[in-house]
Design a protein around this ligand. Structure first.
Ligand SMILES: NC(=O)c1ccc[n+]([C@@H]2O[C@H](COP(=O)([O-])OP(=O)(O)OC[C@H]3O[C@@H](n4cnc5c(N)ncnc54)[C@H](O)[C@@H]3O)[C@@H](O)[C@H]2O)c1
Length: 263
């Protein structure tokens, strides 16, 4: 048998994992043997996904709440013995795009509270617990191709650029303690609940119907892979970064975009 990713004995928290990419990540980490905590602001999807994936713990959490995030991580360390892996995946983008003059202060603040404050809260709490335990650790932040190649709108694009730079700073700070911090940048990933995923290479790429609209859809039509990503494909990259194979990988920005950014 060839080399495999083995995460047995590792406790992993994935935020925003009630559905979509987070659910895909949680599924792959679990398949690699990790003890997975499914967590989402939506308590219903948290419970359902945890049950379906056979997760160790279902933990409803709003990442914008710093105290709640700290309490959640303390609870995981107490109940499951450690926190080895944190994947900051929770993020919002639907309803926050559009021309700059249409962005209200509420739209800006609400998106940043999740996409940036939420990631900061998680990194801070994880660093505290991982450093105290002294066993190293892995932090993976889910950015976006929009972090370096804008197109969705000022609010989202800037938030993901912030996630990218926050990750690099953490790599410098935490690397000496055996903790890596890396960013994964999904390209177009099909997560629309209730809609069949048009992700097979042979299927036509949708020109509209993406929550972000036709402008993004026309760029998606040029993805070299000729299809959308599956959530599990983002999970595969995360699993690699969490594995011993990536012991020496720190502070990177890993596109999982079917070649989109090579354009
Ligand atoms: N789908 C894509 O094409 C794509 C591309 C690049 C990056 N991303 C990023 O991937 C991540 C996941 O996106 P997705 O496409 O799976 O979206 P999604 O909307 O399908 O899932 C996001 C999940 O996060 C949860 N969430 C929202 N606010 C939260 C909060 N305050 N606290 C905790 N959980 C919260 C939601 O309930 C939902 O379950 C996001 O960070 C997004 O920006 C997505």
């Amino acid at each position: 048998m060839g080399m495999e990713i083995d995460l047995q004995g590792k406790v992993a928290l994935v935020t925003g994992s009630g559905q979509g990419i987070g659910r895909g990540i949680a599924g792959v980490l679990g398949a690699c043997g990790a003890t997975v905590v499914v967590s989402d602001v939506n308590a219903e999807t948290t419970e359902a996904t945890a049950r379906e994936l056979g997760a160790a713990l279902a933990l409803p959490l709003d990442v914008t709440d710093r105290d709640a995030f700290n309490a959640a991580i303390d609870r995981i360390a107490a109940e499951l013995g450690a926190l080895d892996i944190l994947v900051n995946n929770a993020g919002v983008y639907r309803e926050y795009g559009g021309p700059v003059e249409t962005i209200t202060p509420e739209m800006w603040r609400t998106l940043w509270a999740v996409n940036v404050d939420g990631v900061f809260h998680g990194c801070q709490a994880a660093a505290r617990v991982m450093r105290a335990a002294g066993n190293g650790g892995r932090i993976v932040n889910i950015a976006s191709t929009q972090a370096v190649s804008p197109g969705v709108g000022v609010t989202y694009d800037a938030s993901k650029a912030a996630v990218l730079q926050l990750t690099r700073t953490l790599a410098l700070e935490l690397g000496p303690h055996g903790i890596t911090a890396n960013a994964v940048a999904p390209g177009a990933t099909w997560v629309n609940p209730g809609e069949p995923p048009p992700i097979d290479a042979s299927a036509p790429i949708p020109r509209s119907g993406h929550p972000l609209g036709d402008a993004v859809a026309s760029r998606i039509a040029r993805i070299p892979a000729g299809r959308w990503a599956r959530p599990e494909e983002i999970g595969n990259a995360v699993a690699f970064l969490c594995s011993p194979l990536a012991d020496y990988v720190n502070g990177v920005y890993l596109n999982v975009d079917g070649g989109w950014l090579a354009e």
